[in-house]
Design a protein around this ligand. Structure first.
Ligand code: NCD
Ligand code: ZN
Ligand code: ZN
Ligand code: ZN
Length: 456
């Protein structure tokens, strides 16, 4: 083999269920060889990883990079810098922006603007449109997925199931998943008398009753079954909803589901401690729900871990609880939090790699990503499993400098992130340049790429 650009040697790589000592050769953004050092070709540059764990870069399929008119909360640069600090090499950006990504022109604007700014790879969701033609046009522009907000009519107001079947057609034929925020909105009647944060928290929790999630999930499952489109349930938060999903899966419905680290590891009790810094939708639930989600993650009922990185400014979060926007940043904390669970033996490394790299890549049909193997895109993370760190929001690259995980000690820190063969982060320092990441687009394939094998 000819000389390659980069070798990363002396790493531990998971092969089947065993950690083996090996390295990788990288050329022109691709992994060209995985082998022990003596068997790698010569290289221009060699990085000795000194026994670090080497895993595929994390693929986060639920991220709000904001930018455009909301760039004061986060922009393509700050958001993707946060990604590579956290070992995330590809993010899929949500369309609930200003303006919303709900037609091909707006998607094109995001693609063009971001291309020169990004440090990680980025794909764009389109908001599912009432007009099937718009959805088709976004698919042609390369939409990596579509998004339906059942909780917010600002982005799409679709509650008529017949209509849904019609607007789902272009999603089904493009073969990308429809990610759904599965909560129905609930209007609470005005009550008087009670004031204060505790009351506001209680009211917020009631307006996001677990049943609102269960009902919306039921509708989604029906939709997936009837339309045969791949429906992906976002940020599952309750055991009840999880049970519905896992039963539908057994029955062959083309459905998958994701969970966030906060719903896995925190409970609503954090609201009393962190106030609006722990406010997101769906809200934090009970410890029993969290436990159930972790079990689902281990046994396969849950397919993917996502950050739902949803940055807001501290000024916005500082308002009264009821007025503060929902959402927390998560790109920089997700992998260390999950690896800490792994070190405490609550989840295997195999399952971590599946749910953070392999499954998201497969479900969203990303080409040549999510694996450390010859021919794959060189998106790689080196992790120090002995290194500990206290989570501190002030150190975030994200503009959103708050987190309900503040003060937690995590173990398992990404020490090097490689995107498209370029070491873009090393020892907490950004080495990459804007534009080192690339925009990824879904390429339409004219075949029946449905999720499960069925009757046609
Ligand atoms: C998200 C946001 O801020 O965009 N907020 C949140 O609490 N999760 C929206 C969403 O993911 O539903
Ligand atoms: Zn959501
Ligand atoms: Zn979100
Ligand atoms: Zn069929």
């Amino acid at each position: 083999m000819r000389k390659v650009e980069l070798n990363i040697i002396n790493a531990k790589i998971l092969v089947e269920d065993n950690l083996v000592e090996a390295g990788v050769s990288i050329n022109q953004g691709k992994i060209v060889k995985v082998a022990k050092s003596p068997n790698l070709p010569a290289s221009d540059v060699t990085v000795d990883s000194q026994n670090m764990l080497m895993i595929p870069g994390v693929v986060d399929v639920h991220v709000h990079l904001r930018d455009m008119n909301l760039s004061y909360k986060e922009d393509f640069s700050s958001g993707t810098q946060a990604a590579i600090m956290g070992g995330v090499t590809t993010v899929l950006d949500m369309p609930n922006t200003s303006p919303p990504t709900n037609n091909a022109e707006r998607m094109k604007e995001k693609i063009d603007k971001s291309a020169k700014m990004i440090y990680s790879n980025v794909g764009f969701f389109g908001a599912l449109s009432l007009d099937p033609h718009e959805t088709s046009m976004m698919a042609k522009e390369g939409a990596i997925g579509f998004k339906l907000y059942l909780n917010d009519s600002q982005y799409n107001s679709l509650n008529d199931e017949k209509l849904l079947m019609r607007v789902l057609k272009p999603v089904r034929s493009s073969g990308v998943p429809l990610s759904v925020h599965a909560e129905f909105p609930q209007e609470l009647t005005q009550e008087t008398g009670s004031v204060g944060t505790r009351y506001e928290i209680e009211r917020f929790m009631r307006s996001h009753d677990p049943q609102m999630e269960a009902d919306a999930v039921s509708m989604c499952l029906n939709m997936a079954k009837e339309s045969d489109a791949h429906v992906h349930i976002c940020h599952l938060s309750t055991r009840t909803a999880l049970d519905l999903v896992s039963r539908a899966k057994l029955a062959g419905t083309p459905v998958t589901a994701e969970v966030t680290p906060h719903h896995l590891l925190l409970s609503y009790k954090e609201l009393n401690r962190f106030g609006s810094y722990a406010k997101m939708v769906p809200p934090l639930r009970t410890a029993k729900d969290a436990e159930g989600l972790m079990k689902g993650l281990v046994d396969g009922a849950v397919d993917v871990i996502v950050s739902d990185h949803a940055p807001h400014t501290v000024e916005e979060k500082k308002q009264r609880f009821i007025d503060a926007p929902s959402g927390i940043p998560g790109l920089e904390t997700m992998l260390p939090l999950v690896l800490t669970e792994m070190l405490e033996k609550r989840i295997t490394l195999r399952r971590v790699i599946q749910t953070m790299s392999e499954n998201p890549t497969q479900l969203f049909k990303l080409k040549d990503m999510g694996k450390i193997a010859e021919g794959y895109n060189a998106d790689i993370v080196l992790v120090d499993l002995h290194k500990e760190k206290r989570i501190e929001a002030q150190a975030f690259r994200s503009k959103a400098k708050y987190t309900p995980f503040a003060g937690r000690i995590v173990k398992g820190i990404p020490v090097m992130t490689v995107v498209n063969g370029i070491p873009v982060m090393r020892d907490g320092e950004i080495l990459g340049k804007p534009g080192d990441g690339r925009v990824i687009r879904h390429v339409e394939v004219k075949r029946n790429d449905r999720l499960t094998v069925g009757d046609d």
